[in-house]
Design a protein around this ligand. Structure first.
Ligand code: DQQ
Length: 541
């Protein structure tokens, strides 16, 4: 059971025990970051859904608080499901959430802080006239959930979006309200994508084209684009697209129809779902929370007494360099957990080599590496490899001329267990180089009840750029960022041998042709975050 204990994370958010899923209503209020989440207080599997609650000064160290809302009304007795917070101009908070009724119908409800002067927002009141919205005509009673944060429209009233589907078309409905008590369904929908199924946890927000600062959800105008995100119930990934919001018509259109919501970009190509952003007024940034589920068995989860973690909160911004994707980067506060570091320079990785990186411990790490492929190898490689696909490639053991190369994390000395994070470079049909970023879990664990995959996608690499990786290793989670956050991949892994002091770290180059140099390597040991259980003494903070 030392193995099961080891799997608990040190700096990724998780409750003290039991089941967690979606992030809910994240917000910053009177000096505290609030994080609510879908929680089962009674077991390590989904059910009895309640809003768990925790607060933090810095998004890293947390105080657990009592549940904010429990299923205790006819309109949410089968679950206090996902919702979002909206700040009114006077600074007060409106919380909208989905309730699953006594008849399992999905309805929308309203709640507010019982005592706005309490920075910890310990008590929540459900509105006496709940539910405020029932599934509209033509929408299935179980296809109507997860209200967004509201934004203000040019006419001075509010808008909010709710995900649904019509046949197999994923859609986002839009409602208009001036007081959050009565609502009007607009005849136009925000957006629809054929074949994408039910849209869960829709998120809709502006990004600035001119600077890195985040924008308030109501911001619009020149120099602003809008991101629409949907969590696809059918394939369990979070898809976003960047586009233009017409505030007069209440419709959004993707910049590039091929990269539309549900068929184009994902926030994360690994395990990452039901995410939600909020605007952090304190640091003028937009922060993304995402649920990282388990990929072991329910039996194992019950045995260990808990399930799921949250990704490290990520700052999201528009990538001005490519103009076609977001940048996601761990909040800078997490760098406070860095302790000692190891630095290496110019390590040559000959084709076919594996090189150990000596670090004191390899289970709580923040790793950053840059790679350079020798120019000659690039020029002489004519191989057309346009059809490479991380997921079907067979992973890090498959060999091509220019890849795979990267790191092996949570590996044991004999490499019998290893999680590979790597690049693979191919030549597309048009003759240009195409870079793929992949994460291979196939050998991550000897346990036989674990789902193991190879995840990944192409990643944009601009002229003159080196290839770069940042990898957060935290016991059973590997969260990786390529090219400064243009693409992300998160894995849950369950090593049986590569744990505690037996965990190792390696560089590898499994290419047949490419000589690769790891030009700079920085590896930080990471402290554990303080995660405090709740006690009444916090009420006096
Ligand atoms: N989880 C919630 C729903 C949401 C789903 C229920 C997404 O509101 O659609 O726990 O994971």
């Amino acid at each position: 059971n030392a193995m099961l204990t080891w799997q608990r994370t040190a700096f990724h958010f998780q409750p003290e025990k039991n089941w967690m899923n979606d992030p809910n209503g994240p917000l910053f209020y009177k000096g505290w970051y609030h994080f609510f989440y879908q929680y089962n207080p009674h077991s390590a599997i989904w059910g009895n859904i309640t809003w768990g609650h925790a607060v933090s000064r810095d998004l890293i160290h947390w105080l657990h608080l009592p549940p904010a809302m429990v299923p205790d009304q006819w309109y949410d007795i089968n679950g206090v499901w996902t919702g979002s917070a909206t700040f009114l101009p006077n600074g007060s908070i409106v919380m909208l959430y989905t309730g699953s009724t006594h008849q399992h119908v999905q309805v929308q409800n309203l709640a507010f802080p019982a005592d706005p002067s309490d920075p910890l927002l310990l008590d929540w009141v459900k509105y006496s006239n709940n539910p405020i919205l029932l599934p509209p005509h033509g929408i299935g009673p179980k296809d109507f959930r997860d209200p967004t944060t509201a934004w203000s429209a040019p006419d001075g009233t509010w808008r909010l979006a709710i995900g649904s589907k019509l046949n197999n078309t994923g859609i986002s409905l839009v409602y208009k309200t001036s007081d959050f008590l009565s609502y009007e369904l607009l005849d136009t929908i925000l957006h629809a994508v054929h074949g994408t199924g039910m849209w869960e946890c829709v998120d809709f927000y502006p990004v600035s084209l001119t600077d890195d600062d985040g924008l308030d959800t109501s911001a619009n105008g020149p120099g602003v684009k809008h991101v629409l995100k949907a969590s696809l119930d059918d394939d369990r990934h979070d898809y976003y697209a960047i586009g233009t919001y017409d505030a007069e018509k209440d419709m959004w259109r993707p910049d590039d129809a091929v990269e539309d919501v549900g068929i184009g970009l994902r926030y994360d190509y690994g395990k990452f779902y039901a995410s939600k952003t909020f605007f952090d007024q304190k640091k003028k940034r937009r922060v993304l929370w995402g649920w990282i589920g388990e990929t072991d068995s329910e039996r194992a989860d019950i045995k260990k007494g808990w399930a799921s973690v949250q990704a490290i909160p990520r700052v999201v911004s528009f990538d001005v360099q490519t103009g076609s994707n977001l940048i996601q980067w761990p909040v800078h506060e997490m760098e406070k957990l860095r302790t000692s570091s190891e630095r290496f320079k110019h390590i040559k990785l000959h084709a076919g080599s594996v090189i150990p990186l000596e670090v004191p411990m390899a289970t709580q790490l923040d790793i950053s590496v840059e790679f350079k492929i020798a120019k000659e190898t690039l020029e002489e490689t004519i191989e057309a490899d346009a059809s490479y696909n991380c997921s079907t490639s067979g992973g890090a053991s498959g060999r091509g001329m220019l890849g795979p190369f990267g790191l092996l994390v949570l590996a044991d000395q004999s490499l019998s267990e290893q999680t590979a994070v790597y690049f693979y470079v191919g030549r597309a049909a048009d003759g240009n180089l195409q870079t793929y970023f992949c994460q291979d879990e196939l050998r991550s664990s000897k346990a036989n009840d674990v789902v193991k995959r190879v995840y990944g996608s192409t990643v944009p690499v601009l002229d003159g750029e080196n290839l770069s990786l940042r990898i957060l290793v935290d016991h059973s989670i590997v969260e990786s960022f390529a090219q400064g956050g243009r693409r992300c991949i998160t894995s849950r892994v369950y090593p049986t041998e590569a744990i505690y002091g037996a965990a190792r770290l390696f560089l590898f180059n499994n290419a047949t042709r490419a000589h690769v140099t790891a030009t700079t390597i920085k590896i930080w040991q990471m402290n554990s975050a303080f995660i405090h259980p709740y006690s009444d003494q916090f009420e006096s903070i």
